[in-house]
Write a protein that binds this ligand. Structure first.
Ligand SMILES: Nc1ncnc2c1ncn2[C@@H]1O[C@H](COP(=O)(O)OP(=O)(O)OP(=O)(O)O)[C@@H](O)[C@H]1O
Ligand SMILES: [Mg+2]
Length: 406
């Protein structure tokens, strides 16, 4: 492993020679190293640089290693960063104390280089696995939540929808009856006349049918949303099945709709769909929804950043296009945004696991790695990126219409 991306380590030690030796060995092995000479500055640096791992000396003047660790673990921003203690003492009490405070491991001085590198790599790998599991867990609990909500909404909506048809029939009958009364009563009593005027009977007669049909339209819309939510929640698909990609994209957009609306800090995000006539695609439907989700969420992030960083005045837009490829064998899906765009260096690493330019807590750097795995490995398709920095990004997916068995 040891890809230097996101392998940043903070060394906390008060003895310059210790720092120097550690710094050199880690640096030579491709890590990005920063240094703090006491507990106080370690806390500040950890918060600011958010390293992937901290090597923490126990014996330091001022706040010692234990107290530093306790404070790191108490702060939500730094609590998940793995801490390895360095202790010159062979005292087990200290080791236990460190582990109890939330450290993942300890190293005894004098430091063995092979050992320290091995331990660092183990903990970085563990942390990565943990993040990946958390991401999977997030998707699957989102799926369950969505399925649950869809189920709960479904019953009351069916109740309204089912009864609306009867209400419509009853009201038509009542209006017809009223008409009959009117034709057979040439001169209604003043009381009836006054009442009819007060309630604006003529208006009611005209408006009631419109009102009922817009209520029917509203419930149909809710039904559609429920259907989309159910579709989206089919995350645990075990086999290939024919899937309408447009339905998948639309249901994902519904899940993300709260992020597309205008906010105090930015205008609405426009979605321009250019869907072609495409056949059903043999795929893992829930997995593909996950890809759409990751790509669209990235596009929204990029648009938001363009408002903050570039003060753009362009209409924030995401284009979604679909087409059958020239050889008729695959579907092409294009997701384009006019956000901040992607520099060539970032483009080179974009599909790497844990590569992110977003602050901790916002991005884990897994979205595109997962999308790549799903499209390329699971479906035998392709996923590519194009971008002009400052102007936007384009993601191109191709998926075979049929999976070749064998
Ligand atoms: N549409 C886009 N416009 C600009 N940059 C993008 C776009 N999509 C991805 N990127 C860049 O690629 C990086 C990796 O994206 P990826 O989705 O893998 O991770 P993330 O969005 O940072 O975190 P996560 O998706 O795990 O929450 C992003 O941090 C961002 O720098
Ligand atoms: Mg992402």
């Amino acid at each position: 492993m040891s890809s230097p991306i996101n392998n940043s380590i903070l060394i906390v030690d008060d003895i310059p020679t210790n720092i120097k030796v550690l710094f050199d060995i880690l640096n030579q092995n491709g890590f990005r190293v920063s240094v703090a000479k006491n507990g106080q500055s370690a806390l500040a640096k950890a918060k600011e640089a958010l390293p992937n791992l901290i090597l923490l000396d126990v014996m330091m003047p001022g706040i010692d290693g234990f107290e530093t660790c306790r404070r790191l673990k108490a702060d939500p921003k730094t609590k998940d960063i793995p801490v390895i203690f360095m202790t010159a003492l062979s005292d087990t009490v200290d080791k236990v104390k460190g582990l109890k405070l939330g450290a993942v491991d300890y190293i005894t001085k004098p430091i063995e280089y092979e050992e320290i590198l091995a331990r660092i790599n183990v903990h970085l790998e563990l942390r990565r696995t943990q993040l990946k599991l958390a991401q999977e867990e997030k998707m699957s609990s989102l799926g369950q939540l969505v399925a649950g909500i869809a189920h709960e909404i479904n019953n009351p909506v069916n109740f309204i929808y089912g009864n609306l048809i009867h209400a419509q029939n009853y009201i038509t009958d009542l209006l017809d009856l009223l008409k009959l009364y009117e034709t057979h009563t040439s001169d209604p009593s003043p009381e009836i006349k006054e009442f009819s005027e007060n309630i604006e009977l003529e208006f009611i007669k005209k408006d009631l049918p419109h009102l009922l049909s817009s209520m029917a339209m509203g419930t149909e819309r809710v039904e559609q949303i429920v259907r989309s939510l159910r579709l989206f929640s089919r995350l645990e698909d075990i086999e290939f099945q024919p899937f309408n990609l447009h339905e998948g994209i639309d249901s994902t957009l519904i899940i993300l709709s709260h992020r597309l609306k205008a906010s105090p800090t930015r205008p609405i995000i426009n979605i321009i769909k250019e869907y072609s006539d495409i056949p059903l695609v043999e795929c893992y439907a829930g997995k593909l929804n996950q890809v759409f989700m990751n790509l669209l969420a990235n596009a929204i992030d990029a648009l938001e950043e363009s408002v903050v960083n570039q003060k753009t005045t362009d209409t924030l837009t995401i284009w979604i296009r679909t087409a059958v490829t020239d050889d008729q064998k695959s579907i092409l899906i294009e997701i384009v945004d006019n956000g901040i765009g992607i520099s060539p260096e970032v483009q080179q690493n974009i599909f790497e696991q844990f590569f992110t330019t977003k602050p901790l807590g916002k991005g884990t750097g897994l979205g595109l790695a997962i999308a790549h795995e799903i499209i390329v490995e699971k479906h035998g398709g392709t996923l590519q990126v194009n971008s002009t920095p400052g102007q936007g990004a384009q993601f191109l997916i191709t998926i075979p219409i049929q999976q070749v068995i064998g």
